[in-house]
Ligand binder design. Structure first.
Ligand SMILES: Cc1cc2nc3c(=O)[nH]c(=O)nc-3n(C[C@H](O)[C@H](O)[C@H](O)COP(=O)(O)OP(=O)(O)OC[C@H]3O[C@@H](n4cnc5c(N)ncnc54)[C@H](O)[C@@H]3O)c2cc1C
Length: 486
C-alpha cells in the first residue's frame, strides 16, 4: 500500500497534521521514534495564549492567530484547557505603565470577541492576587488559558487514529529515497513503506531528518532550551503570575497539580536536542525570579521537580534568544517527491498549522479538501463546559471520590463515560496501582493511547509521577507487560 502521507514526528505538530489529513480522507502513517509528546510537546509552559510579550516584537499577526486559536481550542477540549487569570505586577524599571497598559489594550483588541474577560488594573479588593507579592502591588490582571500539553497532543493522535490514521510509536524513520511515485522509507522496525509525500515534523530534529531526506534546506533553525522548576505551592488561588525580569525576560509562576507552583521558563541557546536538561544556572535564575516576587522564599533544596525542552525556532536573525520569533514556517520541497518541513510553532497554533500544512500538501498532491478541524471537538471534548461535565461525572460515579473524579474528568472528558461504562463501584476499576490510578485506566492508556512505559503513564498520560512510589512503578510496569486483550 502507498500512503498519501508519511509524517515523521509525534509531537503536537505532527499529530495535528495527521488529524487534519485523516479528516480529509487521506491515508496517513505517523511515525514517532519515542512516545507521542515525549519531547518539546510535553515540556512547554502549558499555556494556550496569544503571547502578550510578542507584541513587543510587533508580531501582531501571530498574536491575533494565537488568540483566535485559543478560543477554538477551549471549545474543542474544555477538559484539557482551562481559562486562567494572569497577574502582571508592575515594574517601572523594566517597562513603563503606559506601555503595558497599551499592550494589554491591544491584546484584548486582537482577541476579538473572546469568551475570556478583558484585562484590567489590579484593585484594592484583589487581596488574593496582591497578598503573595513582596514588592510593587500595582499591576494588571488579564486572562489566557492553561493546557495539558501532552494530552492535547495525544487527543489529536487519538482523533486522527479514529479517522483511520496509523500511528506507530517507538518507530523511527531511518532512511528514505525518492521513487517515481513519491518516497520509499525505511523504519526502525524493519518495515519499508511507500508514501506520495513526506512531512518532516521532527521539531528540534528537523535538520537531522532533512539530511536523511536530502531535502532543500529551509530557513535556519535556532535551538533554544527552556526549563521549569516545581516547588511547593507559593500562594493560594488558581491564578498565575507573569513576572518581569530585570533582563526584560518574563517568567511565569503557574499553579501545578493543586499542591505545587511551576516556575519557568529560561532561554538558553543549545546545539542539539539532547541538551534538554536543566542547568544549575537556570535553577538559580528561576529561584531568584521567584524570590524577587513572592514573600514565600524558596531555596535549591525546595525544588521538587524540573523539566526542560528545546524549542526549534525559525532563525529570524534576532540578537537574543528571547526575541526570536515563535511563529512557524512551512516549506515544501517538491523535487518530484514532495516533502513538507515544519519550522517552529507553538502548542497554541498547532491546529492552525495542521490546517495550513494540509492545504499546501493537497495542492501539490492534487487532492481536494473536504473538511477542516476548525469547529471539531477533540476526543472527550464534546461537552458544553467543564463544570457541568464534572458534576455529571460526580453524580454518575460517586465512588470515584472528589479528587479522582476531577483528575479523570480533566484527562478524559466525555471519554470517561466509555471507560467506566460497565463499572458501578470502585472494585470494578481494578487494583489501585498508586496515586488513584487503577487498572481500568492503565489498560485504557495502553490499549487506546499507545502507553508502553511507566513514564508514558506517569508523566504524559497522567501527571502522577510525583504522587507514586517505586512499588507503584513496578505494578504499572508489570501490567503494561501483560498481553493486550484487543
Ligand atoms: C520551555 C518551553 C516552553 C513553551 N511554552 C509554550 C507555551 O506555553 N505555549 C505554547 O503554545 N507553546 C509553548 N512552547 C512551544 C511548543 O512546546 C512547541 O512549539 C511544540 O511542542 C513543538 O512541537 P513539535 O511537534 O514541532 O516538536 P516535538 O514535540 O519535539 O516533536 C517532534 C518529534 O519528532 C520525533 N522525531 C525526531 N526524529 C525522528 C525520526 N527520525 N523518526 C521518528 N520520529 C522522530 C521526536 O522524537 C519528537 O517527539 C514551549 C516550548 C518550550 C521548549
Amino acid at each position: 500500500m502507498t500512503y498519501d502521507i508519511l509524517i515523521i514526528g509525534g509531537g503536537i505538530n505532527g499529530c495535528a497534521i495527521a488529524r487534519e489529513a485523516a479528516l480529509n480522507g487521506l491515508s496517513v502513517l505517523l511515525v514517532e521514534k519515542d512516545d507521542l509528546a515525549s519531547h518539546t510537546s510535553s515540556a512547554s509552559t502549558k499555556l494556550i495564549h496569544g503571547g502578550l510579550r510578542y507584541l513587543e516584537s510587533y508580531e501582531f499577526r501571530l498574536v491575533h492567530e494565537a488568540l483566535h486559536e485559543r478560543e477554538r481550542l477551549m471549545r474543542a477540549a474544555p477538559h484539557l484547557i482551562r481559562p486562567m487569570k494572569f497577574v502582571l505586577p508592575h515594574d517601572n524599571a523594566v517597562r513603563p505603565w503606559w506601555m503595558v497598559r497599551a499592550g494589554l489594550f491591544l491584546y484584548d483588541l486582537l482577541g476579538g470577541r473572546s469568551s475570556l474577560p478583558k484585562s484590567r488594573g489590579l484593585r484594592d479588593g484583589d487581596a488574593l492576587y496582591r497578598a503573595p507579592l513582596r514588592g510593587e502591588k500595582r499591576g494588571f490582571v488579564y486572562a489566557d488559558a492553561w493546557v495539558d500539553d501532552a494530552r492535547l497532543t495525544l487527543a489529536m493522535a487519538v482523533d486522527a487514529a479514529q479517522m483511520g490514521a496509523q500511528i506507530a510509536t517507538r518507530t523511527a524513520l531511518t532512511s528514505a529515497t525518492r521513487t517515481l511515485k513519491g518516497w520509499r522509507a525505511t523504519l526502525s522496525d524493519g518495515r519499508s513503506v511507500e508514501a506520495r509525500a513526506l512531512v518532516n515534523a521532527a521539531g528540534p530534529w528537523v535538520p537531522r531528518v532533512a539530511t536523511l531526506l536530502d531535502a532543500e534546506p529551509g530557513p535556519g533553525l535556532r535551538l533554544v532550551k527552556g526549563s521549569h522548576i516545581v516547588v511547593d505551592r507559593l500562594y493560594d488561588g488558581e491564578h498565575a503570575y507573569i513576572l518581569q525580569q530585570p533582563d526584560r525576560r518574563i517568567v511565569f509562576a503557574v499553579p501545578w497539580l493543586h499542591r505545587y507552583t511551576a516556575i519557568g521558563t529560561t532561554d538558553v541557546p543549545v546545539d542539539t536536542p539532547e541538551q534538554a536538561v536543566i542547568g544549575e544556572d537556570e535553577i538559580a535564575y528561576l529561584i531568584a525570579a521567584s524570590n524577587r516576587a513572592f514573600f514565600t522564599q524558596v531555596a535549591r533544596s525546595d525544588v521538587r521537580h524540573v523539566w526542560s525542552g528545546v524549542r526549534a525556532l525559525v532563525d529570524d536573525g534576532a540578537d537574543e534568544a528571547r526575541t526570536v520569533t515563535r511563529d512557524y514556517s512551512l516549506v515544501i520541497d517538491d523535487d518530484g517527491a514532495p516533502v513538507l518541513t515544519v519550522y517552529g510553532g507553538k502548542i497554541t497554533t498547532a491546529r492552525a498549522l495542521g490546517e495550513d500544512a494540509l492545504r499546501r500538501l493537497a495542492e501539490v498532491l492534487g487532492l481536494p479538501l473536504s473538511d477542516s478541524s476548525r469547529n471539531r471537538p477533540l476526543p472527550g471534548g464534546d461537552a458544553t463546559d467543564f463544570e457541568s461535565l464534572l458534576s455529571r461525572i460526580r453524580d454518575r460515579y460517586p465512588f470515584l471520590g472528589a479528587m479522582r473524579a476531577e483528575r479523570m474528568a480533566h484527562a478524559y472528558g466525555t471519554q470517561l463515560f466509555d471507560m467506566l461504562d460497565r463499572v458501578s463501584n470502585v472494585a470494578g476499576m481494578g487494583t489501585d496501582l498508586g496515586g488513584g490510578l487503577t487498572e481500568i485506566e492503565l489498560r485504557w492508556m495502553r490499549d487506546r493511547e499507545w502507553a508502553r512505559t511507566v513514564d508514558d503513564v506517569l508523566w504524559r498520560r497522567s501527571k502522577l509521577g510525583m504522587a507514586v512510589d517505586d512499588a507503584a512503578r513496578e505494578r504499572i510496569n508489570a501490567l503494561l507487560a501483560e498481553p493486550t486483550q484487543a
